[in-house]
Design a protein around this ligand. Structure first.
Ligand SMILES: NC(=O)c1ccc[n+]([C@@H]2O[C@H](COP(=O)([O-])OP(=O)(O)OC[C@H]3O[C@@H](n4cnc5c(N)ncnc54)[C@H](OP(=O)(O)O)[C@@H]3O)[C@@H](O)[C@H]2O)c1
Length: 309
C-alpha cells in the first residue's frame, strides 16, 4: 500500500521530511514518480493534473491539501465515488482570521486614504468612527468565517454571517439563502468573502451585489478569485459605490503583470497568502485521517460533492 503525494515542487520539498517523520509506516510516492499505480490507495493532492486520480485503480481516499477543493473539482475525470477530505487546520484558521482582522481594520481606519496622504505629504485628519459603528458581513459562515467573526467581534465590530443553511451562532446575527443575502448586504459596511467556490457561488461578487451594499462599503475577498466578477470591481470603486477592496485571490494566479488591480489606488493586492497550508500541522491532521480511514473509523471534514464543498 502506498500514498501518492502531489503538490508544487516547493511544497513537496517541505512536506517530504515531515511525512517521513510523522507517517513512517507508509510508503510515499512523490509525483511525478508514481511507480506502480495499482498499489496506491491514498492520495494527498493539491491541483492534481486532470486524469491523475482516475489513473489510480486502487485509490480509496483523496486528501485535499487545502481548505477548498475547487482545485479537485476542475478535473473532469475526478473519480467521484471516492471519498474526499478537505484540510481543516486550526493553524490555518488563525492565519485567516489575522488576515481578515488586518484587512477589515485597514479599511475601517481609512488606511488607503492615509497612505495616499502620506505620499502627498498631506497632514489631514479624516472623520473616524469606532468599530462598534461599522457593521461587517461575512459571506460563508463556516470554519473560517465564524472564527474571523469571533475575532472581529472582539475588536468591537457588529458581525453578521451568511451561510447556505440556516444556523444559530451565539452572539451573531445570521442569515441564509437568497433572502438572507439581501438583508446581510443592506447592513454590511465591510463585506468579507470566505465562501467556497462552487457553481452556486461563482461570480457572486458582482455589480448587482455591490449595488445592494450601503454606498461606500468595502470588500475583502479571501475566498477564491472566481467569486469576483473582475470587470465589475473597478467601476464600483470609481463610482464610489465601493470605497476599497482587499483581494487575496484572483481568477488568474499569479495576478498577471499589468493587471489593473495592481495599480488601482483603492485596491490592496496580496498573493494568495491569507492562510497558506502549514505542512507541520497539516501533515499530522492528514496522517490521522488516513489512519482512521484505514481502521474503518469515521473521518472528519469529508466533502459533499452534491454541494461542492
Ligand atoms: N485565501 C486563502 O488563503 C484561503 C485559505 C483557506 C481557505 N480559503 C477559502 O475559504 C473557503 C471557506 O473555507 P471554510 O473552511 O470556512 O469552509 P466551510 O467550513 O465549509 O464553510 C463554508 C461556508 O460557506 C457557506 N456556503 C457554501 N455555499 C454557499 C452558498 N451557495 N450560499 C451561502 N453560503 C454558502 C457554508 O454554508 P453552510 O454553513 O450552510 O454549509 C459555510 O458556512 C474555502 O473553500 C477556500 O475557498 C482561502
Amino acid at each position: 500500500m502506498a500514498i501518492l503525494f502531489r503538490s508544487t515542487p516547493a511544497a513537496t520539498a517541505r512536506w517530504q521530511p515531515l511525512l517521513a517523520e510523522l507517517m513512517p509506516e507508509h510508503e510515499f510516492r512523490f509525483w511525478p514518480e508514481v511507480g506502480d499505480p495499482a498499489n496506491i490507495e491514498y492520495a494527498m493532492v493539491w491541483q492534481p493534473p486532470p486524469g491523475l486520480l482516475a489513473s489510480l485503480p486502487s485509490l480509496r481516499l483523496i486528501c485535499g491539501l487545502g481548505a477548498g477543493i475547487d482545485h479537485l473539482l476542475r478535473d473532469p475525470d475526478l473519480p467521484r465515488h471516492i471519498p474526499i477530505t478537505r484540510l481543516v487546520d486550526p493553524y490555518m484558521t488563525d492565519a485567516m482570521s489575522e488576515y481578515v482582522a488586518l484587512s477589515v481594520l485597514r479599511l475601517h481606519r481609512q488606511d488607503l486614504d492615509y497612505l495616499a496622504q502620506q505620499r502627498a505629504q498631506s497632514w489631514e485628519e479624516r472623520e473616524q468612527k469606532n468599530a462598534c459603528e461599522r457593521p461587517v458581513g461575512i459571506l460563508g459562515f463556516g470554519t473560517l468565517g465564524q472564527d474571523a467573526g469571533r475575532k472581529l467581534k472582539a475588536l468591537g465590530f457588529p458581525v453578521a454571517g451568511w451561510s447556505r443553511t440556516a444556523k444559530e451562532v451565539a452572539g451573531f446575527v445570521t442569515y441564509a439563502g437568497g433572502d438572507g443575502l439581501d438583508a446581510l448586504l443592506a447592513r454590511s459596511e465591510i463585506l468579507v468573502c470566505l465562501l467556497p467556490l462552487t457553481t452556486a457561488t461563482e461570480g457572486i461578487l458582482n455589480a448587482g451585489l455591490f449595488a445592494r451594499l450601503p454606498r461606500g462599503a468595502a470588500l475583502v475577498n479571501a475566498g477564491r478569485g472566481g467569486h469576483l466578477v473582475e470587470a465589475d470591481l473597478i467601476p464600483a470603486l470609481d463610482s464610489g459605490q465601493l470605497s476599497g477592496a482587499v483581494l487575496d485571490v484572483f481568477r488568474e494566479e499569479p495576478l498577471p503583470k499589468g493587471h489593473p488591480f495592481w495599480s488601482h489606488p483603492r485596491i490592496i493586492v496580496t498573493p494568495h497568502i491569507a492562510a497558506e497550508t502549514h505542512p507541520p500541522t497539516a501533515a499530522a491532521i492528514i496522517g490521522d485521517a488516513i489512519r482512521r480511514f484505514a481502521k474503518g473509523e469515521p473521518v472528519a471534514n469529508l466533502v459533499d460533492l452534491a454541494t461542492g464543498y
